[in-house]
Write a protein that binds this ligand. Structure first.
Ligand code: C6P
Length: 404
């Protein structure tokens, strides 16, 4: 069970007012809010042991290195990866996908096929298009269905012995759809393809066991799961990461350097050139601890309660259409009212202290599929309440009256 009143005490920002109204923060899919313990982890690093890592014999450097590597281990255990070195720190999901895409440039040949789902974030589309341009590989699209689920029959028929890679999100950021990644992974493997799952929207809500899934690559960002911005992870199976060339050259990613020949460091350092976001990595670990202190199963159950309550209330508004009606969803509601532009609704909600996201949500192909300019997206977290949803519903009704 979730004690929301107590949990809200952990998030100082929830006490503030916006436009003279108590803040209602429903833009959690864009970025989650940060609990005091995570803020403290950042402050503590800079106040007590700010130093570069893996470089110094001095005490501060060793303390920072230990804290950073402990965070890596926390993340490894949280996602049940086999080894800590399979967790590469990145600047976020986008960066993690680009590392894999850049690496495959050396491994693909013309005629190879890549499959991408129709409901991906631009971060999981554009790097693969760029890769295809460079290699002559072909990008094919797994279509979606009107309820916001993937066309699984089409997926099976698109898989061929030429399919090298498949890219699907665990959860759609625009629709909330939870994709059946277990079966998608098995199907990809039957033709010998590797699969990358974009977990940016799943990691804050769904327990994920990377070994049980047998997934090849999994990527996510800390800032969607109570951590700071500017840090995320690339998970990859050891042999796959070893097969990829390094992404960037520089300090810390080398074993030996000479003008004749440079050799690269072992995992994970091979992919971690330069000074990383040290405080961010440590704070990511603190965010994982915080989520464990509440329990992802409790978080998921409570967020489902909020989703059902809000879906029920919003559906009663005449003319309101919800995009994404998959049977399994996270707490994301994307909607429009008649022909009213989503920006206009979002602007009025903001005047009432309610933060939602409006527009295409970096998923233009989904908006094109529904032939809409965008949606209003309300995304809930475990620190939100039904009273806040009541305020959203009342505000949406008021916006409708003003704009229709
Ligand atoms: N989606 C949203 O409002 P970065 O920016 O690298 O941390 O994450 C990119 C990204 C990749 N995949 C999915 C499924 C995502 O949802 C996001 C980020 C935010 O929906 C900001 S665009």
């Amino acid at each position: 069970m979730i004690d929301v009143a107590r949990i809200r005490e952990d998030f100082p920002i929830l006490k503030r007012k916006v436009n003279n109204q108590p803040l209602v923060y429903f833009d959690n899919a864009a970025t989650s809010q940060t609990p005091t313990c995570v803020i403290d982890a950042i402050v503590d690093y800079y106040a007590r042991y700010n130093a570069n890592i893996h470089r110094g014999v001095h005490a501060l450097s060793q303390e920072a290195t230990d804290a950073y590597e402990q965070a890596r281990q926390k993340i490894q255990k949280h996602f049940n990866a086999l080894h800590p070195h399979e967790i590469i720190f990145t600047s976020g999901t986008t960066n993690a996908i680009n590392i894999v895409a850049a690496g495959y440039q050396a491994l693909l040949v013309p005629g190879d096929e890549l499959l991408v789902s129709a409901m991906e974030h631009h971060s999981n589309i554009v790097p693969w298009q760029m890769l295809c341009e460079k290699t002559g590989a072909k990008l094919k699209v797994i279509p979606m269905l009107p309820d916001g689920t993937l066309d699984l029959a089409a997926y099976k028929s698109l898989l061929t012995p030429n399919t090298r890679l498949v890219f699907v999100n665990h959860v759609s950021n625009a629709l909330g759809t939870i994709n059946p990644i277990e079966s998608l992974i098995v199907e990809a493997h039957t033709v010998g393809a590797k699969i990358l799952i974009d977990g940016a929207q799943a990691a804050p809500h769904i327990e994920t066991d990377l070994q049980a899934l047998d997934v090849d690559f999994y990527v996510t960002s800390a800032h969607k799961m109570c951590g700071p911005t500017g840090v995320g992870i690339l998970y990859g199976k050891t042999d796959l990461l070893n097969a990829l060339p390094p992404y960037q050259g520089g300090g810390e990613m080398i074993a030996t350097v000479s003008f004749e020949k440079t050799t690269y460091a072992d995992l994970p350092h091979k992919f971690e050139a330069g000074t990383p976001n040290i405080a961010g990595g440590i704070a990511f670990g603190a965010a994982i601890d915080y989520i464990h202190s509440i329990g992802l199963n409790h978080i998921a159950a409570y967020e489902q309660e909020l989703l059902h309550y809000a879906t029920d209330q919003l559906s009663q508004i005449p003319g309101l259409k919800i995009y994404g009606q998959a049977p399994h969803k996270t707490a994301v509601i994307s909607f429009n009212i008649g022909e009213i532009h989503p920006y206009d609704i979002g602007t009025i909600l903001d005047k009432m202290g309610i933060a939602v996201r409006t527009g295409q949500h970096c998923t233009q192909p989904i908006m094109d599929y529904y032939q809409i300019p965008g949606t209003v997206r309300a995304s809930f977290s475990f620190y939100n309440t039904k009273e806040e949803i009541d305020r959203l519903v009342a505000a949406v009704k008021k916006a409708q009256m003003m704009l229709e």
